[in-house]
Design a protein around this ligand. Structure first.
Ligand code: HEC
Ligand code: HEC
Length: 376
């Protein structure tokens, strides 16, 4: 079945009618090109707000020790993430999950591996304050912002603040992140009508993705996720055993997020969605992640236990893996019987979901200055 390309979609893509004419091959159902992201009515985008959000993203001022900016764990040159299985954490902790890319995070209904946050605004606050991330304290961060003349001016201009309000910092961060999207990958160009945008191998991979391998059962739509939650059998993080700090952090999370006493004593694996719902059927389930920009975001899965995209496809081909929560593993995950060539084809197709690496110039961070002790 051919996906119809509407004139409006073409206008968004900035394509000419000539490009559409090049489409002879049918497009798969269940997948689509990516349009610009939704912008919430209560946080409209302006160039000044985006520029402020960009500075704040790279500025350690929004953390406890004035040394842990968002960009530390979402480093542009590392896929806007951390290229290690588990992210490092606030000094004295590790994180306990893999750092996610923030490219295209503007499209998700729920953020984090298990969907614990409902908006980028809310998420920014959790990140700046979370004990294993920024570990910042709102009043302290607000006071620091007030000591930066450039921020006083910018918060006044953008939000009308007499003194910078930290909740407005979170709004600016969200606005900036809504600019970090990629809607022009080879896959998008192909879906918008250019038959030549994918190689033959990538086209074979796409067919397998939507057919024999049935990845599209979960990785569907323009973001290649249905945003539902599954346990696909990702094995537990292998660093708990010998890293005391990692063990402490994991147990802290179990305690802080609330589990039964029995689980606290025995669980060695991330219960994922269970933390939010406290339903045993949700143990080990995670949000289906987007497959966009994954060329740059290795290693993969919530705990980084798979190193390469080929490892991921081989993992699915073998029917997924095993973890502590066997009872909740999805029936959709079954051995696929793919040949080595077919595995390669899918890996090649996954490559078409990433465009060029997004590497902006890092903005200059404004400096604090003492406030005059006597006001006049
Ligand atoms: C110490 C490392 C660290 C710092 C600092 C940090 N993050 Fe993260 N970030 C992570 C990790 C790890 C995750 C995944 C956590 C989870 O799922 O529980 C994440 C997840 C996210 C996500 C969710 C993406 C998705 O696909 O759902 C966004 C957005 C994000 N961070 C933005 C930020 C912003 C904005 C800041 C600064 C205010 C920040 N982060 C600071 C490590 C960090
Ligand atoms: C039953 C739903 C389901 C199916 C079918 C499925 N996936 Fe996934 N996929 C997920 C979930 C859930 C995760 C995250 C799991 C976790 O971290 O524990 C994931 C993670 C991934 C990741 C890692 C992304 C990242 O950022 O770390 C890749 C790549 C991926 N899947 C590709 C595929 C491919 C290719 C297929 C088909 C061979 C496929 N998936 C089939 C649900 C599914």
């Amino acid at each position: 079945m051919t996906t119809r390309i509407t004139l409006a979609a073409l206008a968004v893509a900035g394509l000419t009618a000539g490009a559409a004419a090049a489409q002879d091959e049918p497009r798969p159902e269940g997948l689509a090109a990516l349009d610009p992201p939704p912008i919430p009515a209560d946080n409209p985008m302006t160039p000044e707000k985006i520029a402020l959000g960009e500075k704040l993203f790279f500025d350690p001022i929004l953390s406890g020790n004035n040394a842990m900016p968002c960009s530390a764990c979402h480093e542009p040159a590392a896929g806007w993430a951390v290229q290690a299985p588990i992210s490092f954490g606030y000094p004295g902790t590790t994180h306990w999950r893999n750092s996610q890319t923030i490219i295209n995070s503007a499209y998700y209904g729920k953020l984090f591996w298990a969907g614990a946050s409902g908006s980028l605004e809310h998420q920014a606050r959790s990140a700046a304050r979370g004990g294993v991330a920024g570990n910042g304290e709102d009043d302290m961060m607000e006071a620091r912002l007030a000591f930066v003349p450039e921020y006083r001016e910018a918060f006044n201009e953008v939000f009308g603040d007499d003194w910078p309000l930290v909740r407005h910092a979170y709004m600016a961060l969200a606005a900036y992140q809504r600019t970090l999207v990629q809607t022009d990958t080879p896959f998008d160009t192909y879906m918008r009508g250019d038959d030549d945008a994918l190689t033959d191998q990538q086209k074979r991979g796409l067919k397998l993705f939507t057919g024999k391998a049935n990845c599209v059962a979960c990785h569907s739509g323009p973001m290649l996720t249905n945003e539902a939650y599954y346990n696909i059998g990702v094995p537990p993080y292998d660093g708990w055993e010998d890293d005391p700090i990692a063990q402490i952090t994991f147990r802290f999370e179990l305690y802080a997020k609330g589990v039964t006493e029995d689980m606290y004593r025995t669980t060695k694996d991330d219960p994922g969605l269970y933390f939010r719902t406290k339903q045993k059927d949700d143990k080990g389930k995670f949000r289906v992640p987007s497959l966009r920009y994954t060329a740059y975001t290795y290693p993969y899965m919530h705990n980084g236990m798979l190193e390469t995209l080929r490892d991921v496809v081989v993992f699915y081909n073998e029917g997924g893996g095993e973890n502590e929560f066997a009872a909740t593993k999805s029936d959709l995950i079954q051995p696929l019987g793919l040949s080595d060539e077919e595995v390669d084809d899918i890996v090649a197709f996954l490559g078409s979901l990433s465009g060029d690496e997004i590497l902006p110039e890092i903005p200059e961070i404004p400096v604090m200055e003492p406030l005059p002790t006597v006001q006049n």
